[in-house]
Design a protein around this ligand. Sequence first.
Ligand code: PXG
Length: 456
Amino acid sequence: MPHPDTRTLQQLDAAYHLHPFNDNAALAKKGTRLLTRGEGVYVWDGEGSKLLDAFAGLWCVNIGYGRPELGAAAAKQMTQLAYYNSFFSCTTEPTIRLSAKLAELSPHDLNHAFYANSGSEANDTILRMVRHFWAVQDQPQKNIFIGRHNGYHGSTVAGASLGGMKGMHAQGGLPIPNIHHIDPPFWFADGGDMSPEEYGLVAARRLETKILELGPERVAAFIGEPIMGAIGVYIPPMSYWPEIERICRKYDVLLVADEVICGFGRTGEWFGSQYFGFKPDIMTIAKGLTSGYIPLGASMFNDRIANVLASQGGELAHGYTYSGHPVCCAVALENIRILQEERIVDTCKSDTGPYLQQRWMELGAHPLVGEARIAGMVGALELVPNKPERKYFAERGKVGVLCRDIALKNGLILRATYDSMLLSPPLIISRSQIDELVEKAWKSLDQTAKEIGIAV
Ligand code: PXG
């Protein structure tokens, strides 16, 4: 059933709501898509269309839509104690229980949580914490962060600076000082004749070159997404992260994994660092922490950092009104309970994940697809003009948007970054829903190919 007020709501939206990452004038003309309801892997829009959300909202609705338990957990906590701060020696029970739960779930000794409201804020936190960590050990000059070109770490001043999106840097005078970037590991476009594993080492050693150029005594930390999401699901070769870790250890550079997308089962492991086999000193989490039901982010620190901050750090001059918000923490605990008790991450690793991988890789045979890639339940299709050449379209991004719009008409939500079609469904997707997803994707690829004159 179409929502009766769709047109009116769209007009109010155009008049009064600025949308993130949008040309708002163009959007107002086109009209926004009103989403009205969600259940499992499906959402419904204002026109009454049922859509399979192969993007889990924005890489976040890991347990799927419509779980009443999360609403109940929020209502219970709101009724009992809607808010209290974590400043002035105070705390609340959900905040404490979530911290203990996160320490248990996090790999090795990432035992200490600092709370924020989003992934961006969690990354802002680490910028300040890490610089403080070195400063109190008489190394204030060790304050440079190295990230990757085209990395995404959020939209706040520090988040966007740590990220390497040129379009974001161009607005607002970013990056802030003492943040540098190296090229990302993307074999499809950059690997040439090298094997992916050989290339992974080459790409990782760019970090060593950069550290030596800047001086190891000045480099505080390296930050990276285990799998680079927003830019197009760049899945690095397995050789990449262990080499990055070796280099960080050699020069005593802290290693930060931004797990905002990869965390909470997206790769079939609880965290992306476990998938790739490396041990970060810090990780940032958000999105899947609450399956997107309520905003919450956190930075997890290892014992080394926590001990230095505790013994030498003095008063930490950092914190948000809503750091450790009891309602958000109660919802996160319920989300984690569901992920664990319903064995959602395990199933993604051993059953539905491998099935999705097999079916998604079949799409690689389509004439429009230059590469299909996937890890756990996060993947991409690289659309190309001349299969099997690993070359982009001359005008990047047009075909991706065309394919995305066609997929929507076919009842499938896929995200397009340039001409990469991105996949990140709720982790509870079933085998038959995976079949539906792949059939709709194939049909959309066929229709896109026809539209641009590629034979299918
Ligand atoms: N780190 C990573 C790896 C992310 O993907 C953030 C940090 C920031 O989190 P918040 O909660 O502040 O948004 C993100 C967010 C896209 C897209 O177009 C991706 C994100 C946000 C908006 C758009 O794929 N990821």
